[in-house]
Ligand binder design. Sequence first.
Ligand code: AVI
Length: 322
Amino acid sequence: MVAAVAHRRFSRQASEFEIDVLEGLHAIPKQLPAKYFYDAAGSRLFERITELPEYYPTRTEMRILRRHAADIANMIPSGAALVEFGSGSSKKARILLKAAAPKLAAYVPVDICGEMIEQEAAELRIDFPQLKVLPVTADICKPFELPPEAKAAPARIGFFPGSTIGNFEPHEAAGFLRNAANILGRGAALIVGVDLIKSAEVLNAAYNDAEGVTAQFNLNLLIRINRELGGTFRLDTFEHHAFYNRERRRVEMHLASLKRQKVKVAGDTIDFRAGETIHTENSYKYSDESLAALARGVGWLPAGGWTDSRKYFSLQTFILGA
Ligand code: AVI
């Protein structure tokens, strides 16, 4: 099937989205990359998720950041550049900047969505007039150049909050950490926010909220496929499934077909059995030790961290080994 998809690419310029969607829907089991959740509607739904009573990660991480902002700022050497990977709205960096801005040479938000970070950078420059804000539009999993001011700084501190690392497969997470090491270079430190392993009850509730916002977020992927790829998914024939897979230490999200049916996407026909699912997301949960082992494997040495009183979420720091 991959060959068929590649062939179509040459006969008609297909977008990366179309190629990935067709490849995923022809795979066994069916799957779709979670990065495609975040169109404008999906990003708005995710913002709503972060405010749900059941979805503890965002508010817990913000609380940890607020409580320990001064300690984190103390750890940052004077004149360092703070590089945030996948900065989005920079909401969490703002907490750090309040404590650390005066000692920073620059804040470098890096995100694939250039429009969003340029807009956010303009607001940050108003709120932190002494701080150099140097946005970079890039895919954080691929090599990219830092601005000269950040390269010339005596040290670079990476910041990767939000447990976004949990949405990577473990080998991709290792790849991200290796790429971050190459970009930040000698003398670097890295602060990573990670959702911790906990009871299945708490995890299942966080991904199955009573209001159904997470279900809408998941189903929005089908709306996007219908809109952008001429899909014929009928939303009332698919259901949101999310559960904690204890062996693999991850919450899995799926979209289950409620009946046997055929769906058209970009001219292709996809067959669904009743109950068959499309695997749309993994959200891996870590312990401080399992994250440290992953980081050590690619040269980052654990240097302590902070957690909340329930040990739901952790902010871990690493320094680059020689
Ligand atoms: C962005 N990411 C860390 C979220 C998570 O918890 O894995 C995405 C999400 N999926 C469903 N709810 C939130």
